[in-house]
Ligand binder design. Structure first.
Ligand code: HEM
Length: 452
């Protein structure tokens, strides 16, 4: 005899004909998502003409994330991103994903990350030694340059030319914003009209392809190296034995860089802003980095001493998870949160929503790195703290990102204090990633090394 689970499903109010809730998701996505748990554990919304369920309950989110065969990548909005990123790792369906992930995982093992950490140190040095006392700069922009240089050099090889890095940097923003717009506001044929914005998007896609194709061609001509490019050039499909085509390799590289720079830059920018607003937390970070680094560049050997810095990062990822919204589709009839879902049902999950549930994070809006002191992430109920997702689709770059952000934040704080203009505020900018938008801050030196 089967026991029927209670279903707490609901429907979000305010759907528009044809657009469903696409406008709410586009114009005030965080408020809209945060309102949904009031309607149930699984809440039906309309993404344009397509229905989808938002998973608002952590255990259900965990089940969805860890059963990637039943809850696969896909769905009508996802297909739009596939147009640009092909069947690359984050886009691939369950079957394809398994062998791709196996082939690429070695690029993120700890011995490789030790090597990337050297690049991270070089790039943080490059940035912080260019700063001068009294310099006013857009911190988000500076950190985006930093993390893009780090991930591009790590993924394409440390010797990647500055021009290629600059080209990728210029085009990627336009491409990522364009994809976000197309996914969130599905206006179909309107995106094919020759408007200035559509032409800019198309041009940026072409330039990005061209820059990465150049790197692949150069490496084919002169094979070698032990970076991700070389790994992909020799990778073969487990089932068919076929190598990856140049287009497949380009998709993998683009998506890896695309996933690996704005996410970390935004999180670091949020961290610097939040420190500037919480002098007590900032003072503790300063004490820690002074004791651990005394002004020098942080390395992986320092990580164990940077406990408070790591808690700050963890709390930033809870409050403002850069990857705030992802989708799945059911590959078979199934049940989730007590509700029967037919094959082909689209689902959404949002770390932003899950990580602000007050019953799990008391006073959830408050920036409080100490909450990680009394309650380490591992002790939380499953599906509660998911800034990197979960299951076998969990972010492949999670350790890369955590180490990069800790080393960068510690080194910056060891040398500089970033001070916002009096009375300035921070507005969360929601695009493909969650970010703080432009943040003008002034560099104040800390200790001797910053002045030298
Ligand atoms: C703060 C930094 C980062 C955050 C918050 C973040 C977040 C995420 C999340 C939530 C997912 C899972 C998406 C889903 O469930 O559909 C993901 C997947 C992924 N991330 Fe990250 N990420 C970050 C940094 C990075 C970096 C640095 C890289 C690469 C260098 C990267 C590469 C990827 C890739 C390739 C996937 C797809 C993995 C797969 O499907 O097997 N990410 N990321």
């Amino acid at each position: 005899m089967s026991t029927k689970l209670p279903s707490r499903t609901g429907k979000a109010p305010g759907a528009w004909p044809l657009l469903g809730h696409a406008w709410q998701l586009h114009s005030r996505p965080l408020e809209f998502l945060s309102s949904l748990p009031a309607y149930g554990d699984l809440v039906r919304i309309g993404m344009g003409p397509w229905p989808a369920y938002v998973v608002c309950e952590p255990e259900a989110a965990h089940r969805m994330l860890t059963d990637s065969r039943t809850f696969d990548k896909g769905g009508p909005f996802f297909d739009k991103a596939r147009v640009l990123f092909g069947s690359s790792l984050p886009m691939a369906g369950w079957q394809e994903h398994r062998w791709q992930r196996r082939q690429m995982q070695p690029a993120f093992q700890s011995d490789r990350i030790e090597k990337y950490a050297v690049v991270m140190g070089e790039e943080v040095d490059r940035m912080t030694t260019r700063w001068r006392p009294g310099l006013r700069l857009d911190v988000t922009d500076a950190l985006t340059t930093l993390t893009l240089r780090i991930v591009t050099r790590s993924v394409l090889g440390a010797e990647a030319q500055d021009e290629a890095v600059a080209e990728v940097q210029q085009s990627l923003h336009t491409v990522i914003d364009g994809i976000y717009q197309r996914v969130m506001l599905p206006l179909g044929p309107l995106y094919r009209l020759p408007t200035a914005a559509n032409r800019r998007y198309r041009r940026a896609c072409d330039r990005l392809h061209h820059a990465i194709d150049g790197i692949i061609a150069a490496r084919r001509a002169a094979p070698g190296g032990d970076d991700l490019v070389s790994m992909l050039l020799t990778a073969t499909n487990d089932d068919t034995g076929a190598p990856m085509s140049d287009v497949d390799i380009r998709d993998q590289l683009m998506v890896m860089i695309g996933a690996g720079f704005e996410t970390t830059a935004n999180s670091l920018a949020f961290a610097l802003w939040l420190l500037s607003q919480h002098p007590d937390v900032e003072a503790r970070v300063h004490d820690e980095v002074d004791a651990t680094l005394a002004g020098r560049t942080a390395t992986t050997a320092d990580l164990d001493g940077l406990i408070h810095t790591r808690r700050v990062i963890n709390e930033v990822l809870r409050l403002y998870p850069a990857g705030w919204f992802f989708t799945r589709v059911t590959t078979t009839d199934t049940t989730l949160a007590g509700r029967q879902l037919p094959k082909g049902t689209a689902l959404l999950y949002s770390a932003y929503l899950l990580q602000r549930r007050p019953e799990l994070f008391p006073d959830p809006e408050r920036f409080d790195p100490d909450r990680w002191d009394t309650r380490p992430a591992e002790s939380l109920p499953r599906g509660t703290h998911v800034p990197f997702g979960g299951g076998n689709r969990k972010c492949i770059g999670d350790q890369f990102a955590l180490i990069e952000m800790t080393l960068a934040l510690a080194t910056v704080c060891a040398r500089w204090r970033l001070v916002p203009d009096p009375g300035s505020t921070m507005t969360v900018r929601v695009r493909g990633t969650l970010g703080p938008g432009p943040l003008t801050m002034t560099c104040q030196p800390r200790g001797k090394s910053a002045e030298g």
